[in-house]
Design a protein around this ligand. Structure first.
Ligand SMILES: [Zn+2]
Length: 269
């Protein structure tokens, strides 16, 4: 028995997570247990699910997040591999609910798989999104090779320097990632400082935030859209690097071409 049985909408959402996990592995962005996915699945929870007993004791989140009252999440399991999650999402992740005090969570299904150690920061982001009235329900952390490589040069760590270059590589980049790439300087993985800096960057209106010498954190309506934004940006980085490998600096689209694109497609200038 799985909590996904007879819940086609919830199942479809978890199958999207599994599909994306497979892409992350295939792209080489998810070595070992690298990367994290959390999805707010509250809108798929029915009365029967609400009444289900927990299969774990309540565990502290580490902070109190009042915006998450009554919320349910799918979370990748701690130490689990994306390539395994792609085949068996409910054996490599679990569905949790936030307890009424908004300071604990309990695992409800399907197995007592402990959520990612990044849970507090992911939940803090979800809380921020809900408080803002955002329609975004998915968050993704992964290690896209070419985007991470860029951050090893201070030139691309300047605010919006990487965004301008990436947008100019191919018109679709700005069309499908219109808010660009936020930049967060190196901070210790899993730290409160990194979580706070990420939320600050999302608040500045970025959907994809680059963590220097580490990876990206992306948010969007669902996990497929979050993946697509990262994929589009990394493709642009690959084009830049391919040109450099051919021995020249890529020209990039001109400012006039970028302006025309933004005008015709109604993108932010
Ligand atoms: Zn990471």
């Amino acid at each position: 028995m799985s909590i996904l049985d007879n819940r086609p909408e919830l199942r479809a959402e978890i199958e999207k997570v599994a599909e994306v996990a497979g892409y992350l592995w295939q792209k080489g962005w998810a070595e070992r247990n690298g990367g994290n996915i959390t999805v707010n699945v509250t809108r798929f929870v029915d009365d029967t699910m609400m009444a289900m007993p927990a299969i774990s004791e309540p565990r502290p989140i580490g902070k109190t997040l009042p915006d998450l009252k009554g919320c349910w999440f799918y979370c990748k399991g701690t130490g689990k591999r994306m390539r395994d999650l792609a085949r068996e999402p409910m054996a490599n992740g679990s569905i949790i609910r936030i307890t009424p005090d908004c300071a604990h969570y309990e695992i409800v299904a399907d197995s007592p798989v402990s959520p990612t150690s990044e849970l507090p920061s992911h939940l803090a982001v979800h809380g921020y999104l809900l408080a803002k009235g955002s329609p975004y329900r998915a968050s993704l952390h992964t290690h896209p090779i070419e985007l991470v490589a860029l951050t090893h040069s201070p030139k691309w760590m300047e605010k919006d320097a990487a965004t301008r270059m990436l947008w100019s590589m191919i018109p679709e980049t700005k069309a499908f990632c219109p808010r660009g790439l936020g930049i967060v300087p190196y901070m210790l993985p899993s730290s409160v400082e990194l979580a706070d800096a990420t939320i600050k960057a999302i608040d500045e209106d970025y959907d994809v935030v680059m963590w220097e010498k580490h990876g990206v954190f992306a948010v969007d309506t669902d996990i497929m859209d979050a993946f697509d934004q990262v994929d589009v940006l990394n493709k642009a980085a690959q084009i830049y690097i391919s040109a450099k490998n051919m021995g020249f600096e890529p020209e990039g689209m001109t400012d006039a071409q970028m302006h025309e694109l933004s005008t015709v497609f109604g993108l932010p200038k």
